[in-house]
Design a protein around this ligand. Structure first.
Ligand code: SAM
Length: 330
């Protein structure tokens, strides 16, 4: 258990340098404008995608991007010189046309002097099934740093190697183990947290109904996703800021790992849930999918993994795809 969780956490509803958890109900822009410069080592967020969700009013793409640029300009000011901004985005869709938001966000960050370190693909196996295009199965995290001198704790986020016993087979190191005993670099392709929704009925990437972390928010972050960023890009006691904080997933990822956390959201109902989750984390009742928990692999014997008898008898012939999984030929 982290040191912060052993003692009670100091929670504040407005910014102050001493609180461990800061939960602010405000408009993102006015709140950020009032904060001191370089205050946060990691700004991590999933902004509204302008899709007309319950917490946003859909506008034209250009207008949305102009608003986002004003917010990002403030966030760059708030980012510490050795800090990072991680912007998690998917697609804006209008009349069936897809606009990948990372393509639109990159020039905004670049213009403000931020340097891209990774474009991380967050892959998931399930979601809505498209009928007029290929079904979307990933979103993107753009990781930017403010300078070339930035925090990157690779050892804190290494994952088990596939072949730990592999050895150099030639050269000076021939015969020596080639891997790192702490594990390998997790790479810029993160299938984590995604395949545990194996029942196939869940609309990922949002945390959905049968996920242990589910709250009433329509598209919350899985805590595990933010934890990897927190561990790799910050040190103990650093401040993690989520300017579109929702139900507090980034805050929980920060506090769980002995950092300080601040979230801003304009919806009091989401922030109430954030308070409840924080209290539940402190008393040990919050359900969290643990970081690095192995992904569930279906055995093929589950009922939902079988070709249904209706399809076996009907005209639609089940076919084996090249990986040997069952598929349907239409
Ligand atoms: C994609 S959700 C983020 C969810 C969050 N990552 C979580 O895990 O709960 C975007 C959030 O931005 C908030 N939001 C939208 N416009 C805002 C504004 N102008 N100021 C503050 N918050 C805003 C919404 O209420 C919503 O909770």
């Amino acid at each position: 258990m982290s040191d912060l969780l052993r003692d009670s956490i100091s929670v504040s509803s407005q910014f102050d340098m001493t609180s461990q958890a800061i939960i602010v109900c405000d408009d993102v822009l006015s709140c950020c404008q009032a904060l001191p410069p370089e205050v946060s080592q990691l700004i991590v967020s999933s902004p509204p995608y302008n899709l007309g969700k319950e917490y946003e009013k859909q506008t034209g793409l250009q207008k949305y991007l102009e608003w986002q640029e004003c917010v990002i300009e403030e966030l760059v000011r708030l980012c510490h010189s050795n800090g990072s901004i991680v912007w998690q985005v998917g697609n804006f869709v209008e009349q069936g046309e897809v606009y990948p938001l990372d393509i639109y966000f990159y020039p905004i960050f670049k213009k403000l002097g931020m340097k891209l370190r990774n474009r991380i693909v967050w892959h998931f196996d399930h979601g809505l099934h498209a009928s007029k295009r290929f079904s979307g199965r990933y979103e993107v995290l753009l990781w930017f740093t403010k300078t070339d001198d930035y925090i990157f704790n690779l050892d804190a986020v290494r994952v088990p190697s596939k072949y730990p016993g592999k050895r150099h087979y030639k050269g000076e190191k021939k015969g020596e183990l080639s891997g790192n005993p702490l594990g390998k670099n997790p790479s810029d392709f993160w299938p984590l947290i995604c395949r545990e929704w194996e029942s196939g009925i869940i609309d990922i990437p949002n945390v959905k109904s049968n996920h242990p972390e589910k709250t009433p928010h329509p598209c919350q972050f899985p805590i595990e996703l933010v934890e990897r960023c927190v561990l790799a890009l910050t040190n103990k006691d650093d401040l993690i800021l989520d300017p579109f904080g929702g139900v507090g997933s980034s805050l929980l990822a920060a506090i769980k790992n002995s950092r300080r956390g601040m979230i801003i959201d304009k919806e009091p109902s989401y922030l109430n849930v954030a308070h409840e989750r924080l209290a539940a984390m402190q008393n040990g009742t919050l359900k969290i999918r643990p970081l690095g928990k192995p992904l569930h692999q279906p055995s093929g014997k589950e009922k939902v993994a079988q070709v249904p008898h209706e399809w076996k008898q009907g005209q639609k012939a089940p076919a084996k795809d090249p990986q040997g999984q069952q598929g349907i030929l239409f």
